[in-house]
Design a protein. Structure first.
Length: 339
């Protein structure tokens, strides 16, 4: 059997000091065939010079700064692969990453839209922390399939861009990245992909995620108001997507509305901390403390969504999951693949 082509898309902006390690980790993959496409999103440093040094080993284009979503969509537009993988320009892959994921995807058949792998977090909190561990999605299986990705994505943050391998038809089906989003755009895409069917996964950390780099996402995570507003935007967009759908699981809508109510309360509390009176700031801290305790309790309740991990998919699992009725609706202008 001929291996399917995998297209690796690396968006970059002013990352002359880190983009080389990311590209090298893509070029050093044990899997073949692959193409590596780098999209320079209007860098003003020496990034273009670094990219030119790779010659024909990569393809790269430069565009006016438009944000990571538009850059990734532009890269996909240039690509030819049946599978697509995204890598941020400050993170790295282990050499077996793509090979492991392609194998699990093929084992799952054409109904599986994407495959997630675990990632090691590189930051000041020390070694041993992984994205699967932090998000609470570990299972007894080392690889297999998540039968319920939508409730899982609706209730927790899971690193997506660097760890996912996607089928091109699935990416195109949901409209690609929203080019208007510059924060949490990966979670927005993950929401829509979660409606297509079960996801494959590999529990081994095959990605190194560097949180010590000063990028837009890391900076936003350090600003609770910016992060919360971005999360509210993602939830509102997905709820609109769900409301326009027919046949979506009602539980997912309930979870998203619950999360939206939580984040709206969080935004109000943070705004009170920043701009309120002394008494108002005290009340905001009490409110935030109470909300965190309620959320922690909710996660321990029997009804809280937990990963349903399967070693294999049912034999009668056909290819219909990529084209259910509720995903044939026209895509909004915000969801076009082209930036």
């Amino acid at each position: 059997m001929i291996n399917p082509l995998v297209s690796v898309i690396i968006p970059t902006y002013n990352r002359a000091d880190t983009v080389q390690r990311s590209i090298d980790s893509a070029l050093e993959q044990s899997y073949c065939p692959m193409e590596v496409i780098v999209v320079d999103d209007g860098s003003t440093d020496a990034t273009v010079g670094v990219l030119e040094g790779y010659g024909e080993r990569i393809r790269f284009i430069s565009q006016k700064n438009a944000g990571p979503s538009a850059a990734r969509n532009a890269g996909v537009g240039l690509s030819r692969g049946e599978f697509i993988a995204f890598l941020d320009s400050d993170d790295t892959w282990k050499s077996s990453k793509i090979a492991r994921q392609v194998k699990v995807m093929i084992d799952g058949g054409g109904t599986v839209p994407c495959c997630m792998c675990n990632a090691e977090l590189i930051d000041e909190d020390g070694p041993g922390r992984t994205t699967f561990g932090v998000s609470g999605v570990m299972s007894r299986l080392q690889e297999g399939f998540w039968a319920n990705p939508a409730p899982i994505i609706a209730t927790r943050f899971i690193l997506f861009n660097q760890v996912a391998l996607l089928r091109r038809d699935a990416f195109e089906k949901v409209g690609g990245f929203n080019p208007e989003m510059r924060l949490l755009e990966d979670h927005d895409l993950a929401f829509r992909l979660s409606l297509l069917g079960p996801w494959a996964f590999v529990a081994e950390p095959l990605v190194e995620k560097y949180n010590d780099t000063r990028g837009i996402g890391v900076i936003a995570m350090q600003d609770p108001l910016v992060h919360s507003r971005a999360w509210r935007n993602v939830l509102e967009c997905f709820l609109e997507y769900l409301n326009a759908a027919a046949g979506a699981d009602p539980q997912v809508g309930h979870l998203v509305r619950h999360a939206l109510a939580d984040v709206q309360g969080e935004i109000q509390s943070v705004e009170m901390l920043l701009n309120g009176s002394r008494l108002g700031r005290v009340a905001a801290r009490i409110r935030m403390f109470s909300a965190s305790k309620r959320h922690a309790l909710r996660r321990r309740m029997p009804g809280w969504p937990r990963v349903q991990a399967l070693a294999s998919l049912p034999c009668d699992h056909d290819g219909g999951n990529l084209s259910p009725e509720f995903l044939t609706m026209p895509l909004s202008p915000k969801s076009k693949i082209n930036p």
